[in-house]
Write a protein that binds this ligand. Structure first.
Ligand SMILES: [Zn+2]
Length: 252
């Protein structure tokens, strides 16, 4: 019974944070303040009343439309709210009700925000990276589920590898992706960074191949990469040990 209450609580907290991350992701990408002005309709600029700001509930009640101009809101907002809530809720199942839960929630938050920014404006805001990077840099010293040096070397390796790829591919990878990998290294460590890179490349290629086949994407057209990096880092964070195990059993 207590468990159900705790999980429901995490789900609701996830919805509220997810709704806030929509604002953070979009406004930092637009280089606007996240505090002012109050949330408004992206179409008619009408300020949203308190009743229109309740995650999911408002969206459903208003059938996904602005009360003032009737224009539909993008379902992306709703999806990211629900995704944050779901990921928050399953994280104690993955890491337990332990100190590591803080790391897991930080990682989920980072992944959600940079994905929103990248989808919105094709960029990963420095402010977000700096905030999460500094926080995790310090927190890792106190929550050593991976040794602190593993986290720090992972960050250096993430930065170095992506920098190298950017040089070799002559700008095929953005500066934001390079810095994002450095921050992710703090979460997943050395092995995790390698796995994240491999999975992100694999998922990104698979997805763009599907889009090219469906003729939704032109060859060489840039595509936001952060959602793939984010998804890859979450898989690597959750299943890293098992995937490495599988790799060694197959190839070593
Ligand atoms: Zn409107």
């Amino acid at each position: 019974m207590l468990d159900i209450m705790l999980y429901s609580y995490l789900f609701i907290v996830g919805l509220i944070f997810g709704s806030f991350y929509n604002v953070v992701g979009i406004r930092t990408a637009e280089k606007q303040s996240i505090v002012t002005p109050r949330s408004h309709c992206p179409n008619c600029q009408q300020q949203l009343a308190a009743m229109e700001l309740i995650p999911v509930v408002s969206y459903v009640l208003q059938k996904g439309r602005c009360k003032n101009c009737q224009k539909s809101f993008s379902p992306k907002y709703l999806l990211f709210e629900l995704l944050t809530a779901c990921l928050f809720t399953i994280s104690p199942i993955v890491v337990g009700w332990s100190k590591e839960l803080l790391i897991a929630l930080l990682l989920i938050s980072l992944v959600i925000i940079v994905s929103i920014s990248d989808l919105h404006k094709m960029l990963i805001p420095n402010k977000v990276l700096l905030l999460f990077g500094m926080t995790t840099f310090i927190v890792r010293l106190f929550i050593p589920t991976i040794p602190w040096w593993d986290a720090y070397v992972g960050a250096l390796l993430g930065f170095g590898l992506l920098y190298l790829i950017a040089v070799v591919s002559k700008g095929g990878i953005g500066g934001g992706d390079i810095k994002l990998f450095a921050v992710l290294g703090l979460f997943v460590g050395v092995k995790g960074v390698l796995l994240t890179l491999f999975l992100a490349a694999f998922l990104g290629m698979l997805f763009s191949l599907v889009l090219i086949i469906m003729r939704k994407l032109k060859h060489k057209q840039p595509m936001p990469f952060a959602p793939f990096i984010g998804l890859a880092s979450l898989i690597s964070y959750t299943y890293g040990a098992q995937l490495w195990d599988l790799y060694f059993r197959l190839f070593a």
